[in-house]
Design a protein around this ligand. Structure first.
Ligand SMILES: C[S@@+](CC[C@H](N)C(=O)[O-])C[C@H]1O[C@@H](n2cnc3c(N)ncnc32)[C@H](O)[C@@H]1O
Length: 347
């Protein structure tokens, strides 16, 4: 009796939900519950036609919800679904995918981008942390008979080793942008390029040049090992739910030749210099006589880190090393440093 009453009330709730707007938002700040309307045959009057158009505009979203009337989208996991088909197609076009390519996608979500990648590439590895997303993704992939081309890895992308791949194409959760890019460009995998949808401000920092106000340690470190190319801007209105910020697509090309430098020391060095990026190096190190001597001898005393190119920073580090001054990550506990400073793997 209770079971029947429960299923009846569930039915009534679902039916009520279906009759409401195509997409409704009600929820807390940290998670949002979207009820996605299934397309109905009895839509006839004007208001219903309007709703049908709404569904058509959100066609990507509707498709992914076949058999699923609702899903919570967690802000904490960066769950903003890209729904504009033109933008999705443009990302795939700009990634320059060859039919022989294996793609790594981080955060496939419900699969709007994944389905296109599967059409264009030989194989897709999709790393997704949320099992509910994977269920929807798997259903959509199977419906199109593409399941043999995909391997879904249900893991945290920051905590798992990636298989071999040629390209990365992804609309990543913005909260992990910095450590994820560090993992890609400084990690063990070699790849042709990474086409990534990023928060616009973050993309600007990646693209910044010495002297730009956005130029910081992130740009310095990435530029040491890769070239970053701007691809296009993407409006926040192209996502569900609509985030607060706009986005940009960038393409990261790992360099064929990278300077011979101890990366741990480089990160510690740039962390130190960029802790006060607009101060002169002479002012930053004024307490350390030996360092100031090297700065003076190399003509760096009045230079500001935010205006130095990577070539100049490499030259400065080499001058320090020649004078017996080394930088290292204190937390790794490597030996007794001349300059013990805090650094870490994230950029
Ligand atoms: C911005 S959404 C992108 C969804 C889809 N690619 C799209 O374009 O609509 C980010 C996705 O990454 C997943 N995600 C969040 N943190 C993750 C992590 N640490 N590792 C793997 N996936 C993660 C989220 O569950 C979500 O599906």
């Amino acid at each position: 009796m209770f079971g029947r009453a429960k299923s009846l009330s569930l039915y009534l709730i679902r039916d009520l939900q279906r009759r409401r707007q195509s997409i409704r938002l009600f929820g807390t700040k940290s998670s949002r519950h979207y009820v996605l309307r299934e397309k109905r045959d009895d839509d006839g009057d004007d208001s219903k036609k309007k709703r049908r158009n709404k569904v058509k505009n959100d066609g990507e979203l509707q498709a992914e919800e076949e058999g699923h009337s609702s899903i919570y989208l967690h802000k904490s996991r960066g769950q903003h679904i890209l729904t504009n088909p033109r933008v999705l197609d443009a990302i795939v076009r700009k990634a320059d995918i060859r039919p022989t390519d294996t793609i790594l996608e981080i955060g496939p979500g419900t699969g709007n981008l994944t389905l296109r990648l599967l059409e264009a590439a030989k194989k897709v590895y999709a790393v997704e942390i949320d099992k509910r997303m994977i269920e929807i993704l798997n259903n959509r992939v199977s419906e199109r008979g593409l399941q043999d081309k995909i391997t879904v890895i249900c893991k945290d992308a920051l905590k798992t080793d990636f298989p071999e791949f040629d390209l990365i194409v992804a609309n990543i959760p913005y909260g992990i942008s910095s450590p994820l890019i560090a993992k890609l460009v400084f990690g063990a995998n070699t790849f042709r390029s990474a086409t990534l949808l990023l928060q616009k401000e973050f993309a600007k920092r990646l693209l910044a040049k010495p002297g730009d106000s956005e130029f910081n340690r992130l740009a310095v470190n990435v530029k040491l090992v890769a070239d970053v190319e701007f691809m296009m801007d993407v409006s926040k209105r192209d996502f569900v739910p609509c985030p607060r910020v706009d986005s940009s697509v960038v393409k990261i090309h790992p360099k064929a030749q990278v300077p011979e430098v101890d990366m741990n020391e480089w990160w510690a060095f740039t962390r130190t210099c960029f802790s006060k990026k607009n101060k002169t190096l002479g002012a930053t190190f004024k307490q350390k006589k030996k360092i100031v001597e090297v700065l003076k001898a190399g003509g760096f005393e009045d230079k500001r880190p935010s205006k130095l190119s990577n070539e100049e920073l490499l030259c400065l580090l080499s001058l320090f090393n020649q004078s017996g001054i080394h930088f290292h990550d204190q937390r790794e506990g490597k030996g007794e440093p001349n300059v013990a400073l805090d650094a870490s793997y994230d950029i």
